[in-house]
Design a protein around this ligand. Sequence first.
Ligand SMILES: *Cc1c(COP(=O)(O)O)cnc(C)c1O
Length: 350
Amino acid sequence: MFNPDNLVRNNIRNLKPYSSARDEFKGEAKIFLDANENSLGSPLLKWYNRYPDPMQWKIKDKLSVIKQVPVDQIFLGNGSDEPIDLLFRCFCQPGVDEVIVFPPTYGMYEVSANINNVHLSKVPLTREFQLDLEALESAIKPNTKIIWICSPNNPSGNSIHREDVEMVLNNFDGLVVVDEAYINFSRQKSLVSDLADYPNLVVLQTLSKAWGLAGLRVGMAFASPAIVAYLNKVKPPYNISEPVQELALKALDEIGQVNDMILQLVASRKQMEEELARSSSVVRIFPSDANFLLVEFTDAKGMYNYLVNKGIVVRDRSNVLLCENCLRITVGTDAENLQLLDAINSFQNR
Ligand SMILES: *Cc1c(COP(=O)(O)O)cnc(C)c1O
C-alpha cells in the first residue's frame, strides 16, 4: 500500500514546521498583539495591516464544494509553480532521486528539477503526443520519485489517454502528478474525482487559465491528506496574500460567468481550426482540448517573424522536440482572432 511517509525526504518527515502567530491562536479576540503587526493601520484605504490566513480556509471551503473534495485534500500555492517546486523539495533528495517527464511538455518541471538538483529523465511522447508506456517502464528506476503528466498537454493541446494515466497510477509506487491546468477546456473528466482510488495521485489545477486570473497567482494541488500535509509543512507560512485571497474568494462565486467564457473559447478554437485549415501556409493543426492550438506551418520561423512585425505575438515552438515547424497560438477575442487570421492569410500572398 502506497504511503507518502516512506517516499518523503527524511529531513521533511522530521521537520518541525514554522508556527506562526496565526497558527497558534485561531479564535476571535478583542486585541491582537501576537504578530508584531502595525496596530495603527497602513497607508492603504483598506488596511491590510494584519497577516492573512496561512491556510486560506475560506477559499478551501468554497473549492471543496465546487470540486467535491474535502478541505484537507486541497493545497493552495502562489501559482502552480509553488506546488511544483514544493513537490520536488518534499519528495526528491537532491543529487540522488529522479523524476520522469514526457516531452514536449510544460517547461517548469525541468526548471524546478534543475533548481533542486534532481535528475530529470525524459521519455518523449509518441508522434500522437501520447505516453510511450514501454519506454516509460524501462525509464523507471528504484530512485524515481515523481512522474509528471500534463493533460491536456502544453504545448500539444491534447489530453493524455485516461487508461494510460490509470496504468501509470496503478503500477508506479512513487507520486504521479497530473497537471490539469487546461482541464476546463477538455472533454475529459478531471482526475480530482478519483483521488480516493489513488493515494499516489497529485492533481494540479490553476486559476490562471479558464478562471481568467493569471495575474492573481493562485494554483491548486489536490491529493491525499498526508501529501497535502507535507506541502503545508514546507510552504512559506503566508504564501497567499490577503488581497489575493479576497479576490479569489469573489471570483469563485462567478462559476456561471467562467463557464460561459469556457464555452465561448472552445467555440472560437473550433472556428479558428476551420479557418486555419484553409490557409495554404498551414500544414496541419493538432487536435486541442485546451484554449490554444499547436499549428504546423510550411515555414514557422518566417510566419512567426511576419506576425511579430504586424504586432501579433504567438509562441514559437519550432525548436521543440516533435514540434518542428510549429507555432502555439492562444485563442484570443473574436477581434484578435480575426486579425491573426488576416495576417496569416496575407503571408501567403506576400
Ligand atoms: C499555464 C500552466 C500552468 C499554470 O501555472 P500558474 O503558475 O498556475 O500560472 C500550469 N501548468 C501548465 C501545463 C500550464 O500550461
